[in-house]
Design a protein around this ligand. Structure first.
Ligand code: ADP
Ligand code: MG
Length: 330
């Protein structure tokens, strides 16, 4: 049974960056305003995510890492209207089958926190009282220690740290009211360091740099009929002065970080046709759709989404991008 569990867990957590994504989404779900990530050896030695969220109650610790333990889904219908990012109750459990998980947490009004380690879905010992300030820290050590082939493959290729920095950068420019940091273990300098701000452009400037931020334009689109209001999009796109060798597309749909390769391609086509001399674009978009129109029930590691009426939505976004680029070019 444990082999089966490990294989299933290895599917949910495919690489260090997939573990980081799950941990950050949990921290966001817990209402955190500050999320700090520390990574050692591309995440294979250590991934540590600390937040200042609402914490985990003492009585929830024994079952925290059992599969399908979630505090976010009470009935099946909730799947349709789910607002929080996690709902499967599989991420933490999976991590305990492929790594050593230690949770330190304190809930509001408590004098001390608790620390407990997990293996293969169960607590290794009773929670130990410990000092804690606020929120939760989750530490994953020795990821894939029991999956020799996976570990070797990951060790032999470029490590996940740049992917983790990229992930944090994306979260940081969407959740601008949350401060994020990401650093290598022992490093004095953080590679992502964003403070909470009210301005998305400020967040983009601090994460992606001045040369990106100064070449951005706002963009918006929505349904023609405001009463039906099925679709809304807003964001930033780069102008003709922006210089980059490859496209950056940061896409959030209903607050969820996703990829939509057909939308990405569609926007690239508009740039090539409208600003043929411009470089590959930078795009940040936040799209809101009725939850039932977004297929959220895909495999946990898949960032690729499918949307209802995808062609119509892509066309609307394309024409919004096109008219913005034409106006700016006049
Ligand atoms: P899901 O997010 O799908 O519910 P997870 O396995 O990611 O499943 O997490 C299991 C549960 O652990 C969550 O439902 C939540 O109650 C709790 N949890 C995990 N991380 C945190 C955190 N950083 N702060 C507070 N609670 C957390
Ligand atoms: Mg989760």
């Amino acid at each position: 049974e444990s082999v089966v569990n490990r294989i299933a867990a290895g599917e949910v957590i495919q690489r260090p960056v997939s573990a980081v994504k799950e941990l950050i989404e949990n921290s966001l779900d817990a209402g955190s305003t500050s999320i700090n990530v520390v990574v050692k050896d591309g995440g294979l030695k250590l991934i540590q995510v600390s937040d200042d969220g609402h914490g985990i109650r003492f009585e929830d610790l024994p079952i925290l890492c059992e599969r399908h333990t979630t505090s976010k889904l009470s009935k099946f219908e909730d799947l349709q209207s789910i607002q929080s990012m996690g709902f499967r109750g599989e991420a933490l459990a999976s991590m305990t089958y492929v790594g050593h998980v230690t949770v330190t947490t304190i809930t509001k009004g408590q004098l001390h926190g608790y620390r407990v380690s997990y293996r293969d879905g169960v607590m290794e010992h009773e929670p130990k009282a410990c000092a804690a300030v606020k929120g939760t820290q989750i530490m994953i050590e020795n990821l894939f220690y029991n999956m020799t082939a996976r570990r070797k493959t990951l060790q032999n290729s470029a490590d996940d740290y740049p992917k983790i920095v990229d992930l944090l950068s994306r979260f940081a420019i969407h959740h601008i009211n949350v401060s994020f940091s990401c650093r290598k273990h022992g490093a004095a300098r953080a590679d992502v360091h964003s403070v909470a701000t009210a301005s998305r452009l400020d967040a983009i400037r601090s994460v992606y740099g001045v040369s990106v931020a100064r070449n951005l334009m706002t963009i918006e689109a929505s349904d023609d009929d405001p009463s039906s209001s099925v679709f809304k999009m807003d964001g930033f796109i780069s102008n003709s002065n922006y210089i980059a060798k490859k496209i950056t597309m940061v896409l959030f749909i209903n607050g969820r970080l996703v990829d939509c390769s057909s939308l990405k391609r569609a926007i690239e086509i508009v740039y090539a046709a409208t600003l043929p001399k411009a470089s590959k674009p930078f795009i940040y978009m936040s799209v809101m759709l009725p939850p039932a129109h977004v297929d959220v029930n895909v495999h946990p590691t898949k960032r690729e989404v499918s949307l209802l009426n995808q062609e119509i939505i892509i066309e609307k976004i394309q024409s919004a991008v096109e008219s913005k680029l034409r106006n700016s070019n006049e």
